[in-house]
Design a protein around this ligand. Structure first.
Ligand code: FCB
Length: 479
């Protein structure tokens, strides 16, 4: 049933003023924008290897050059300043800082981030650093990758190096971006690097990512000032049932455990959900969870980062294992271990160029649920946005009314969720720039700023100008 509040959230008409101090930002990730893949000591990450493997990434695209942000840093920070952004969420490339995943930091790699952070602070833009947005050093994968416990220990050492170098300037830290994708797309369905397709490896990866998070928070807290903040970003799935029956409700429960509670349980409550153990019992006894791990993982956080794009619709099935409409890419292998009896369905309504349904009520529901489940935990939307088939017209303008409509609808949902009690403190538009969209290569454009890849030229889209006005005024204009 659609509530009155949901209707309001999906049909914005009146102007809406956001709370004072609401943080407006934009987000990117290292592999998606930096390029300079072999410069200043950087070694290959799993994404370099994956992108070089024929058939993995559309058109054979790689992040070798990406948007060339490594060399255009100044220009990009100037663009952020023009947009009036209050914050910039970026990720650090582990293989740039600690190429083999062991030993001391490479100073040249760190210098890039030192300069970036200095440029941001100069312009009054708050740096929000993510330690891991999917570019695992290839050597760490070769030693077993996330399914192995040692990777979590390596990650904590890397976190310490990053905090030692940047902790005096970066006051907001995020350990992991969307560990669900790292574990289940990377090791389950194989549509992300490193492209393995082993359901048990995916579950082991999920646990070791949880452990990596907990150990990294401790490494950060030991080094950063008391007023600095630690967080994690999860792509919490808003799971809905296609059918109004018990089987549908159970399908939602099962996917909610695999998508969401596998992370929120240990990280925020100190325990894995019992139903997750039961659902996956035929695959593993979870003996890779050792005594004391949950205590290490369950660290106090200053906020939870939430990435949202589209809802997930499921139903119960006889076991034919239809998982390809889950919006996460086509594979013969499911990213949902133990969920063969769940089918995924395309939600109704308009779609973006990703084929993802546009549905701001999903974001509203998600925020309300998180506020109810974790009432004392502030929330930030660390990613939200849409890909459309943008192009520069003959006069050099990029008009993207669909993106403006998407942002308008989702910001209205955020506003409504705040009015209804959710403690949402900020919003980061994905993405600042068009960039390397993982297995889709450069074919999907999520940027507020258009990138002409052959020349690297940046053109702020109409949505960038629209967003800049929202940021400046703190008001979402009426439709
Ligand atoms: C998220 C990723 C981000 C980007 C968007 C579209 O899952 O965190 O890097 O690819 O999707």
């Amino acid at each position: 049933m659609v509530t009155a509040a949901q209707q309001t959230a999906s049909a914005p008409d009146a102007a809406r003023t956001f709370p004072k101090g609401f943080l407006w930002g934009s987000a990117t990730a290292s592999y998606q924008i930096e390029g300079a893949a072999a410069e200043d000591g950087r070694t290959p990450s799993i994404w370099d290897t994956y992108a070089r493997t024929p058939g993995r990434v559309r058109n054979g695209d790689t992040g070798d050059t990406a948007t060339d942000h490594y060399h255009r840093r100044g220009e990009d920070v100037a663009l952020m300043a023009e947009l009036g952004l209050g914050a910039y969420r970026f990720s650090l490339a582990w293989p740039r800082i600690q190429p083999t995943g062991r030993g001391p930091a490479v100073q040249k790699g760190l210098d890039f981030y030192r300069r970036l952070v200095d440029d941001l602070l100069d312009k009054g833009i708050q740096p929000v650093a993510t330690l891991y947005h999917w570019d695992l050093p290839q050597e760490v994968e070769d030693a077993g990758g996330w399914p192995e416990r040692a990777t979590a220990e390596r990650f904590a050492e890397y976190a310490a190096l990053a905090a030692d170098a940047l902790g005096d300037r970066v006051k907001t830290w995020t350990t992991l971006n969307e560990p669900w994708c790292s574990a289940f797309l990377g090791y389950g369905s194989g549509v992300h690097a490193p492209g393995r397709t082993d359901p048990v490896a995916a579950l082991r990866a999920a646990h070791h990512l949880n452990l990596a998070h907990g150990l990294a928070v401790q490494a950060l807290r030991d080094r950063i000032p008391a007023d600095a903040e630690c967080s994690v970003t999860l792509n919490i799935h808003q799971v809905r049932s296609l059918t109004a029956d018990d089987a549908g409700t159970d399908a939602v429960r099962r996917i909610d455990a695999l998508a969401n509670r596998v992370f929120t349980g240990p990280m925020l409550q100190g325990a894995y959900p019992e139903d997750l153990f039961k659902d996956t019992a035929e695959l593993t006894d979870w003996s890779f969870v050792r005594d004391g791990d949950l205590r290490q993982i369950h660290q106090p956080l200053d906020f939870l980062g939430v990435n949202y794009y589209t809802p997930t619709v499921v139903s119960a099935t006889d076991g034919s294992g239809i998982h390809t409409s889950d919006g996460h890419g086509k594979s013969a292998h499911s990213p949902w271990p133990g969920a063969d009896k769940v089918a995924f369905h395309q939600p109704p309504g308009d779609t973006t160029a990703m084929g993802w349904a546009v549905d701001p009520t999903g974001l509203y529901d998600l925020l309300r649920r998180l506020a109810a489940d974790f009432p004392r935990l502030p929330l930030y939307i660390t990613e939200n946005g849409a890909a459309f088939d943008d192009y520069a017209d003959p006069s050099g303008q990029v008009n993207d009314p669909d993106r403006i409509a998407y942002l308008r609808g989702h910001l209205a949902a955020v506003h409504q969720a705040i009015a209804d009690g959710a403690d949402v403190r900020g919003y980061f538009l994905w993405s600042l720039l068009d960039n390397f969209e993982w297995a889709h290569g450069y074919s999907k454009r999520f940027g507020a700023v258009y990138v002409d890849y052959p020349t690297g030229t940046r053109i702020p889209k109409a949505s960038a100008r629209w967003y800049a006005e929202v940021v400046r005024s703190g008001v979402l204009p009426g439709a």
